[in-house]
Design a binder for this molecule. Structure first.
Ligand code: FES
Length: 506
């Protein structure tokens, strides 16, 4: 019965996160002669939650994953499970009204509850969460966050006790927040999905579907509904203009003191920092993260240097065990887009724009999407509808994001790079250089060989930039990413970068 085996130890970057552990899994054969009730594309928290809830409701579901479950953002998250959100309840209220903000808080709480009820063997731990302010301006923001949370009924309190060495002026505490091991949680979901009769097809990239008579077809898979649980749905679509890709950085370090905070702790800086602890393979580690920036806009090496400097300023670090980065999408009006995909055939759904709250919003998206596929009402459907009319306030943000994309489209084509010769490219590094007047994305491997690619992103034509930490080519426009051979790591691109043959002595 087992026809495919999987080793969960890869992710969408060269750095290993502590979650990548070898897990062998055998999958039952897929049924090619069946019209499935749903094809779920993407094996992260959104895809597996959606697939499981549908399968348990009696639907026959197939999940297709381009690599292996957890390859994308779920395998790189730092897995905070909290009842406050990156889009504050105050911000949600100003854009969507008091009822909208309350519903948003309920959705976050429902995602949290879904994880709590489904977790089995994934290091799930309940801990308090702290947010502190270090400046007068941050204190004002903190007070706003407090008032917004109280108004929507989220329990929060002021505190002067925060387990942090950082001096602060004012702080908030949320009791009963949580953390877990995200890939072990995916295993919990996947085990339940397979036990309920679901099918998983790995190494299967879905680049789109053709729809005829209400049936969606991709290769040998036929389904009555399709759910894109891939952050960005593939190819060019509305979300390319409504969500901006961001990278976030994490380090896992060992402390000389052996004392680790039993809490989730966040500062209010812009960009922010956070810390939490986690026991990984029997060893307690401090996870320090943040310093988020738009994909392809800043140097990842610099972000890690700053994060390293930050953690050593406040903690006595004995060793750095892991460092890795991950990608998420910031929606232009602050709330995620979950539901029927605009300008697509009926029955094609998507979920994206979770901001930094993918664990809760990915989980609740699974509930919303499974209800929609089953034609069941869901109270969040309207609030998160991808077809919603954007509030006026967000329009300037929308214009700004897309002006930024237009800037990169033009400016990166004419930019003069400091290194214009391949000879100066050091082993293990990459750069966009010019050879015979042609731009080349060049990477020199440790053995000295050059891997040359056309730097024009296959999604919409922006020029990719080098990510030296993850050894990837990242697109600054809509977040597509490619490995050193040009293979797609992250959509919305579906085609690899073209390989070039060049003369290395130029
Ligand atoms: Fe859209 Fe590269 S991701 S142009």
């Amino acid at each position: 019965m087992a026809t495919e085996t999987q080793l969960i130890n890869t992710r969408d970057g060269a750095s290993q996160s502590p979650w990548q552990q070898p897990v062998l899994k055998a999958f039952p054969a897929t049924k090619n002669d069946l019209v499935y009730d749903a094809l779920v594309v993407g094996g992260g928290i959104t895809g597996l939650t959606t697939a499981l809830l549908l399968q348990e409701a009696g639907k026959q579901v197939i999940l297709a994953e381009a690599h292996s479950p957890g390859f994308g953002t779920t395998g790189g998250t730092s897995a905070h499970i909290n009842t406050f959100a990156d889009t504050t309840y105050r911000e949600a209220e100003s854009a969507f009204g008091e009822d909208g903000a309350k519903l948003f808080a309920e959705a976050i709480a429902e995602g949290f509850a879904l994880i709590s009820s489904r977790q089995k063997d994934c290091d799930f731990e309940s801990k308090p969460g702290y947010l502190y302010a270090e400046t007068d301006n941050e204190v004002k923001q903190l007070d706003e966050i407090y008032r917004g949370a109280v108004k929507v009924g989220v329990p929060v309190a002021y505190t002067d006790q925060v387990p942090t060495p950082v001096p602060f002026k004012k702080a908030l505490v949320w009791d009963r927040q949580a953390q877990f091991h995200p890939l072990k949680y995916l295993q919990d979901l996947q085990t339940a999905f397979l036990a309920a009769g679901g099918r998983v097809k790995i190494n299967t990239l879905i680049t789109g579907v053709e729809t005829k008579d209400g049936i969606h077809v991709s290769g040998d898979i036929q389904a009555k509904a399709v759910v894109y649980a891939t952050h960005m749905p593939p190819n060019i679509n509305l979300f390319n203009f409504e969500c901006a890709p961001y990278r976030s950085y994490v380090m896992a370090v060992k402390l000389k003191s052996g004392k680790y905070p039993e809490a989730l702790i966040y500062d209010s800086q812009e960009p922010y920092h956070y810390v939490r602890s986690h026991v990984i393979n029997g060893e307690e580690l401090l996870l320090v993260g943040g310093l988020d920036h738009k994909t392809g806009h800043e140097d990842p090496d610099k972000a890690f240097a700053n994060l390293d400097q930050y953690v050593r300023k406040y903690y006595s670090v004995s060793s750095v065990k892991y460092r890795w980065s991950s990608q998420y999408y910031v929606p232009v009006d602050g709330l995620p887009y979950i539901g029927q995909m605009p300008m697509a055939a009926e029955g094609i759904y998507c979920a994206t724009g979770y901001n930094g709250n993918g664990m809760m919003l990915g989980s609740v998206a699974g509930k919303i999407l499974s209800d929609m596929v089953r034609n069941q009402p869901n109270k969040y459907e309207k609030l998160f509808s991808p077809a919603r009319i954007k509030p006026l306030d967000s329009f300037s943000e929308f214009v700004k994001e897309n002006a930024d994309v237009a800037y990169h489209f033009v400016a990166d084509r004419v930019k003069v790079h400091e290194t214009d010769s391949l000879k100066r490219l050091q082993p293990g590094t990459g750069k966009v250089v010019e050879v015979d007047g042609q731009k080349v994305a060049a990477y020199r491997d440790e053995a000295g060989n050059i891997h040359a690619l056309n730097p024009v992103c296959t999604h919409a034509g922006c020029i990719v930039s080098w990510n030296g930490e993850e050894k990837s080519w990242d697109c600054p426009c809509h977040g597509a990413r490619y490995d050193i051979r040009g293979k797609v790591l992250t959509g919305p691109a579906t085609k690899d970068l073209l390989t070039l043959n060049i003369n290395e002595n130029k």
